[in-house]
Design a protein around this ligand. Structure first.
Ligand code: ADP
Ligand code: ZN
Ligand code: ZN
Length: 804
């Protein structure tokens, strides 16, 4: 008897292990590791993943598998192992890891169908299968699941004659196209044509057309070519001379677009050197991680594309990750233009059905290259030759729900498995990556020169304290205002950035720019209005709100934060003639709104684009000659140890936006702390000095990349419960971890209450802890009952990016 080990779909600690089931004899040859099955579990029927097939089990009486949900494995050996790696490193349940790797359509309720790929294959099917498909192009899975043709069917699927299609119970999931084909055998065709009445000219033309189209034609096309009407079709169907059927086609979101074919550019010396290093690793089948560090516009994308060409030439596949917001039509166009139909695109703007279609193209090896956002890292390729992560510093590569993985780690895991290179690209690499490159763990490749000779735009830093002193209380400095007026006169465009309004506010002196920080953690203290106190969200330190600036004694010390709406109001007051497009969470929540607003701006329908950092990337408009940052400080003072790094990245990114084309660009950065190194060095485009300064600060306060961080967040409807549990966890950790580890908290989370639940957290800073994972698992075990009952929520993030 054969036995399957199955991971069942119950995300809990007790069920987070394989359960054994008997494989019924009829499925012994069919079932493979990586397929999904339905199994009895307690009184329910559950879905699960087969992770092992064996001949012996410790369990005496095994229940049989009830249904097979896939005909071919949906997870290959490598992805199954990757799932285990994710459970270890992110402390998620195996089932969550496996589900994260598959398109959502496969989690939904669906019905399965086996479909003939193409009429030409009908004759090649195994006779017993042919019988099944007589007069049909598809059969329902549930009709054949328990028959003995299953293994034949499976072979025909492997041969590419048949395919499995999931009908998700979601509107518009499958896109069907009507086809018609001649239903007569060759020898009866002429006879049939002659039997038609002489005046049925159109019917004759249509039928003759179908004689020559052995595989049938899309109805629309057949009508166009023959000039026949629907009535003619109907008449011929009634005479049983032709038949009508439907074929599912892929929804291609880019169908309407034509992509001009592009050829590789001849590379600069710097580009060539970078490419050579990558290509060498591809050719030698060696795993290396390259950090391609090059300013915006230095031609990184061209290097990626030529490296991909090499990979494809060797018959291998590649994954390109780009941040969701950079996945603009322009970006897609560059890859589609070079690689045409070999490219699949995966991003969150696609419907569930569209994503599933793209996934299937990969699974069936119809494409060789995937360009996509974070989750595209799980593309089920089996012969990977390279993984590229563009803008590798972007926080969106970290998933903020279970499994809390970072795409960079997954990329390195997969590339090591396939012995192929990973290329991380950025103008402002994350400190972690640059530090690894400096240590020689990654290989550093540098592009210093911009492709267009314009050089980087001039950056003006405006001291808002000065503005206040000279009586300007507006949120626009005189410099910025004058430059805006000037652009309006010239008919050029401007982009204004307002960093996302803080979810928390900090207190700043408007006279001297002083911000009150935690004496222990070097992060800004958060203002709590009700208690009139300032609190540290890392360690819990607190103090009363000051009414005078501790630095200059000024009374102009107050909390800080402005929304985009307020800026828009003031803008229309000051420049009533300006046409403004505002982009923030409110104006872009509808599907497609983001792109619509951007293209309106691109078409010159507005003079000023105002928005949060969501507009910082992928903006490439020839007429933009001015970029303004209204309050560089709001991001600088987030209660996050990466606040300086994020500020530097954003400002550098933003400065790279202006003047990418013929017209020279200018940047204005408004700030109350012009002397801060993040701001000063971003204005000078000096990444390396920033890196050195920031590394010193991280070292001094014990943050990554010198220490590891883990954030534990507890939430409960009752405040006292949330506090008590967090305290117990902190105490337990203090007892278990070494003296070297620091446990901060418990403290209220920066977002102290969310969906009627109170949130408390504690943070662990550590360097080396032998039993770290085990200790954390014990914590989860201890509270699993409360968690299962839904009262308590416990999240453990072993590499936190969102400090909320
Ligand atoms: P990055 O990805 O580093 O921002 P891009 O690859 O977008 O840079 O290159 C910026 C511009 O320079 C693009 O318009 C690109 O077509 C052009 N470019 C890149 N490499 C070359 C080259 N070798 N010769 C000419 N133009 C190039
Ligand atoms: Zn002051
Ligand atoms: Zn603190």
């Amino acid at each position: 008897m054969k036995i399957a080990s199955v991971i069942v779909d119950v995300p809990s600690r007790q069920t987070d292990r394989p359960f054994d089931y008997e494989i019924p004899a009829k499925w012994e040859e069919v079932l493979q590791v990586g397929m999904r099955v339905a199994v009895p579990f307690g009184t329910r029927q559950l879905q699960g993943f087969v992770v092992d097939i064996k001949t012996h089990s410790e369990v005496k009486t095994l229940k049989p598998i009830e249904a097979i949900l896939d005909v071919a494995p949906v997870l290959n050996e490598e992805l199954l192992r990757l799932g285990q790696y994710l459970t270890e490193t992110t402390l998620c349940f195996a089932i969550s890891a496996y589900q994260a790797m598959l398109p959502a359509a496969m989690k939904a309720k669906y019905e399965k169908e086996i479909r003939l790929m193409d009429e030409t294959y009908r004759k090649q099917l195994h006779p017993s299968v042919q019988q099944l498909f007589a007069n049909k192009t598809a059969v329902l899975w549930k009709e054949i699941e328990h028959t003995n043709v299953l293994s034949r069917l499976q072979k025909d699927i492997q041969n590419g004659y048949l395919e499995v299609v999931y009908h998700v119970k979601e509107k518009g999931t499958k896109k069907m196209v009507k086809y018609i084909a001649c239903a007569l055998p060759k020898e009866r065709q002429n006879e049939a044509l002659e039997s038609l009445p002489a005046n049925a000219v159109k019917q004759k033309q249509l039928l003759a057309l179908l004689f020559s189209a052995e595989n049938g034609l899309p109805l629309k096309e057949a009508l166009e070519q023959s000039g026949a009407s629907h009535a003619a079709v109907k008449a011929l169907i009634e005479k049983r001379m032709i038949r009508e059927y439907e074929i599912e086609t892929y929804r291609d979101p880019y169908e309407q677009r034509r992509f001009a074919k592009t050829a590789p550019l001849s590379l600069s010396d710097e580009q060539q050197q970078a490419l050579n290093a990558i290509v060498e690793s591809v050719r030698a089948n060696e795993h290396h991680v390259f950090l391609l560090y090059g300013v915006t516009g230095s031609g990184k994308t061209e290097v990626y594309m030529q490296a991909i060409e090499e990979v494809l030439k060797r018959g291998k596949e590649a994954i390109v990750l780009v941040p969701e917001i950079s996945l603009t039509p322009q970006m897609v166009e560059r890859f589609k233009g070079r690689f045409g139909s070999q490219v699949a695109v995966l991003h969150s703007g696609l419907s569930i059905g569209e994503k599933y279609d793209e996934w299937r193209k990969i699974h069936r090896k119809e494409v060789k290259l995937v360009v996509g956002a974070r989750s595209a890292i799980f593309a089920p390729f089996e012969n990977l030759g390279m993984i590229i992560i563009d803008e590798e510093h972007e926080a969106s590569y970290k998933q903020e729900e279970t499994p809390r993985y970072h795409a960079r780690d997954v990329a390195i895991y997969r590339a090591r498995f396939h012995q192929c290179p990973v290329v991380l690209g950025s103008a402002t690499p994350s400190l972690e990556s640059f530090a690894r490159a400096k240590k020689g763990v990654y290989r550093l490749l540098t592009l210093k020169k911009r492709m267009n000779e314009n050089g980087l735009p001039a950056v003006n830093i405006v001291d808002m304290r000065e503005e206040l002193r000279s009586g300007n209380r507006s949120m626009f400095s005189r410099t910025l205002f004058e430059k805006l007026q000037d652009r309006l006169h010239k008919g050029e465009q401007a982009v204004l950035f307002l960093n996302r309004r803080g979810y928390s506010t900090f207190v700043m002196c408007r006279d001297c720019g002083y911000v009150i920080r935690c004496p222990h953690c070097d992060i800004s203290l958060t203002y709590h209005r009700v208690q009139q106190r300032l609190k540290c969200h890392y360690c819990g330190y607190e103090e009363p709100v000051a009414h005078r600036c501790p630095s200059c004694e000024s009374e102009h010390i107050r909390f800080f934060g402005t929304g985009t709406q307020k800026v828009e109001e003031e803008l229309t007051k000051l420049l009533p003639q300006a046409r403004v497009i505002r982009m923030d969470v409110d104006t872009t929540s509808r599907k497609g709104a983001h792109e619509r607003l951007l293209s309106a701006f691109g078409e010159g329908k507005a003079d000023i684009l105002l928005g949060t950092q969501m507009i910082a990337k992928g903006l490439d408009f020839p007429k933009v000659t001015l970029v303004g940052v209204l309050t560089a400080d709001t991001m600088l003072h987030l209660p996050d140890f990466r606040a300086c790094e994020k500020t530097f990245q954003l400002l550098t990114q933003v400065s790279g936006r202006a003047g990418r084309h013929e017209l020279p660009g200018e940047v204005v950065i408004q700030t109350y702390t012009p002397e801060h190194y993040s701001i000063e060095l971003a204005a000078r485009h000096d990444y390396e000095t920033f890196y050195q300064k920031e590394m010193l600060a991280r070292k001094r306060h014990g943050y990554p990349p010198f220490y590891y961080l883990t954030l534990i967040t507890v939430s409960h409807q009752e405040l006292t419960k949330a506090v008590a549990v967090t305290e117990k966890i902190a105490a337990y950790l203090r007892g278990q971890l070494s003296k070297e580890a620091v446990i901060l908290g418990p403290v209220a989370s920066p977002i102290a209450r969310l969906h009627d639940r109170y949130r408390y957290q504690c943070m662990i800073k550590y360097k080396r802890e032998a039993n770290f994972t085990e200790v954390l698992k014990t914590v989860i075990d201890r509270y699993q009952q409360d968690i299962a009952q839904g009262e308590l929520q416990l999240t453990i993030d072993t590499n936190p990016y969102m400090m909320m």
